[in-house]
Ligand binder design. Sequence first.
Ligand code: NDP
Length: 479
Amino acid sequence: MMQQFGNYIAGEFRTSVDSNSNINPSDTSDIVGQYARATEQDVEDAIAAAAIAQDQWSQSTPQQRHDILDFVGNEILARKEELGRLLAREEGKTLPEGIGEAARAGQIFKFFAGEALRLTGDHLASVRPGVEVDVTREALGTVGIITPWNFPIAIPAWKIAPALCYGNTVVFKPADLVPGCAWAIAEILSRSGLPTGVFNLVMGRGSVVGEKIVTDRRIDGVTFTGSVATGSQIAAKCAARMAKFQMEMGGKNPLVVLDDADLDIAVDCAVNGAFFSTGQRCTASSRLIVTEGIHDRFVDAVIGKLQGLKVDDALAEGTHIGPVVDERQLTQDLDYINIAKAEGATLAFGGDRLERSKDGFYLQPALFTETENGMRINQEEVFGPVASVVKAKDYEQALYLANDTEFGLSSGICTTSLKYARHYKANAKAGMVMVNLPTAGVDYHVPFGGRKGSSFGSREQGRYAAEFFTTVKTAYTFG
Ligand code: NDP
């Protein structure tokens, strides 16, 4: 029997009657570990512990919070190779991508360690004589954190670190597919000096664990990243009981390539943005909107680059693209490839399931050309290594097409024209705009989030994270 990694509830690791085999998508015979699936009683106990710990933790000093977050950040950074390997093994990102993500998680904890010391308020004179006004931020309370599988360590970090930084207690449910990195964070937090109950990990299914977190009245706010379908259900449930919520969801991110673009930069942006991390990024450039003058050269160069990419075991030396995360996601990717063909798109490259020496979920990156923006392949999120090219007459039409989507997370342009770059930054209807950079790949100290169907609520990351994790108090004093 394999050892079971337990949930972390009220300061103790607790195994469960139910558990989950964490399977390596590069090699399905490799079980990363056996992870507990929380029962309803476990979630009840985790919420109770977090609610009880809340008052005391919200009174902790900035120094205490700083030291704990700094400890966690330092340890993640010191162990980034090991944690990156775990990430690559359970999720399928390549090893360098996994190490990069682990390092980012460490930096996020260290950033919020600093933020704990920097929280400010306002002191104003009142409009009434002799009265003073103080505007301060206090912890939101007990927060539920629900995360997706595609960034198993960075997304938990960018929710847990600010939650603790601003004095909240936490009940954290990671995606059922990737409990390994979540458990590793919990294990580090368990040694960080946090008082009992402040942080709780409940692994397991969304329908059991997630549902209980979202509907329990002791949870003052829910921060969620995942699909639009799940996000809208959670938002409705939170709204029904007036709990605060923050939703980061899908994308259908455009990368516009203009005739005047530097071709090498444009091709790098497209290939990196669309296909790296197996295209499993909410910020992936899934729509490549290319003006007529550069279209054919761009398509040829992208195909040339794709031909040179190695799709293989995430941990193998030289792999550029790891496997798809699981069979279900691979089926979804293949279904969309068939849908695009049926819609009349031309499959210019790839799109086949690949056999490798180990049994895994390998997919050759797929590039479609001759597509129309209204096609399903250009309107619905695939969440795999699949991108399509849409031809545009000129900049104006390219901008129109880029914005013609229900999503609005990240939007990119490749151009050497200052005029178009400026205009695009001002007119792209997205939360993040990239000029001569891939649509995916962001800094950890500035806000992250989108518009329209991509996001709801205040921004995550950087100092903007305080908007969600705190509540504002206005105090009047006379005398
Ligand atoms: P899902 O929406 O399926 O799941 C996200 C999380 O919600 C998981 O932990 C899941 O649990 C949980 N969940 C599922 N059902 C419920 C429920 N009824 N109540 C509460 N929680 C529930 O997304 P995926 O994990 O499949 O992630 C892929 C999606 O995430 C893509 O659409 C992608 O675009 C989006 N995403 C968005 C990002 C952004 O910041 N905009 C970043 C990363 C991903 P379980 O694992 O058990 O299903």
